[in-house]
Write a protein that binds this ligand. Structure first.
Ligand SMILES: [Zn+2]
Length: 77
């Protein structure tokens, strides 16, 4: 069975604060996509709002990307 990974591309202090896992492995592509979408949405809702998150499929993996303009390493309020 093929493995799919959900990968958090960049970790800002919000991700650290919420203890988000950097890599999640999933055996099912559909489930992985669902999960990735859910995480991206959660990030957009819970995080500081200074960066937008989106999901991008690369090969068999789902990368949770941060919009380029929006990334800040330290985003404590
Ligand atoms: Zn943040």
């Amino acid at each position: 069975m093929k493995e799919h990974h959900i990968v958090l591309q960049r970790v800002c202090s919000c991700a650290k604060k919420y203890n988000l896992e950097r890599v999640i492995t999933c055996n099912d592509a559909f489930a992985a996509e669902e999960e990735a979408e859910e995480i991206a949405q959660k990030c957009n809702e819970l995080f500081c709002g200074k960066h937008g998150f989106d999901v991008q499929m690369v090969d068999n993996n789902f990368i949770i990307i941060v919009e380029d303009a929006g990334f800040v390493e330290s985003c404590e309020i």
